[in-house]
Design a protein around this ligand. Structure first.
Ligand code: 5RP
Length: 237
């Protein structure tokens, strides 16, 4: 039962990725997201590149850079191309107002820098990521390691101002503190439900030591959702 669900979700991720590929035009500079859904897009894009499509990609993580390089997608940087045409990435959660939680793969900061540099930001996803209210997925907060305990109590204080008492966990991998590609650490915050994502986003990013948080608000221009009934889209008005 659960194995079948995984297979279906992956097929949906691939279907959403293929739908996003249709938005890619020759000559575009593209933001390349991170995660299993973004990887489907990168693999499909590489087939087009092999067939002669000329594009360049700005990767949002070392993992994405490695995959894109292996597959022969030409890479560039925001230094050379500070304005991107299109960024395609996955998400951990989205709501009907194109607000997202991202960062499950630990790439939230670079993903946010790259996405916010693109004219079109297309989120590709399976239907399991759709929520009425954000917050079931623990909110990742990227934090400078220096003073992390002090930053943690300031985070707790900020959440209390929103009548939230969430459980905070320092992200670990292989029994070690997880480090992002930029050398920061991540505090995952189990919120259950975020009542006011717009104000919370602002409050969290205002805490010294917080580099950024996984709420992506006002960034996505389109969400492509592959469902059991076909492809759906939510577009920014
Ligand atoms: C990585 C991300 C990913 O987009 C998010 O975790 C979704 O991953 P997947 O496509 O594997 O479900 O934000 O930091």
């Amino acid at each position: 039962m659960s194995a079948k669900k995984v297979v279906d979700a992956d097929a949906q991720k691939k279907a959403a990725a293929l739908a996003a590929l249709e938005l890619v035009k020759p000559g575009m500079n593209l933001g390349l997201g991170t995660g299993s859904t973004a990887n489907h897009f990168i693999r499909a894009l590489a087939e087009k590149v092999k067939a002669g499509l000329e594009v360049k990609g700005v990767p949002t993580s070392k993992a994405t850079a490695d995959l894109a390089k292996d597959l022969g997608i030409p890479l560039t940087t925001l230094g050379d191309h500070p304005f991107l045409d299109l960024c395609v990435d996955g998400a951990d959660e989205f709501d009907s107002e194109l607000r997202l939680i991202k960062g499950g793969g630990g790439a939230l900061l670079i993903e946010k820098i790259v996405a916010s540099s693109a004219k079109q930001v297309v989120i590709i996803t399976d239907e399991s990521k759709r929520v009425k209210k954000l917050g079931a997925f623990p909110l990742p907060i990227e934090v400078v390691n220096m003073g992390v305990k002090a930053t943690a109590w300031k985070l707790e204080r900020a959440f209390r101002m929103f009548d939230m008492k969430p459980k905070m966990t320092m992200r670990a991998k292989d029994s070690q503190i997880f480090r992002t590609d930029l050398g920061n650490v991540i505090i995952d915050v189990a919120c259950e439900e975020i009542k006011d994502p717009d104000r919370l986003d602002f409050a969290l990013n205002n805490i010294p030591g917080v580099v950024n948080n996984g709420l992506f608000i006002g960034i996505a221009t389109k969400i492509i959702i592959a469902t059991s009934k076909g492809i759906e889209e939510i577009n920014r008005k």
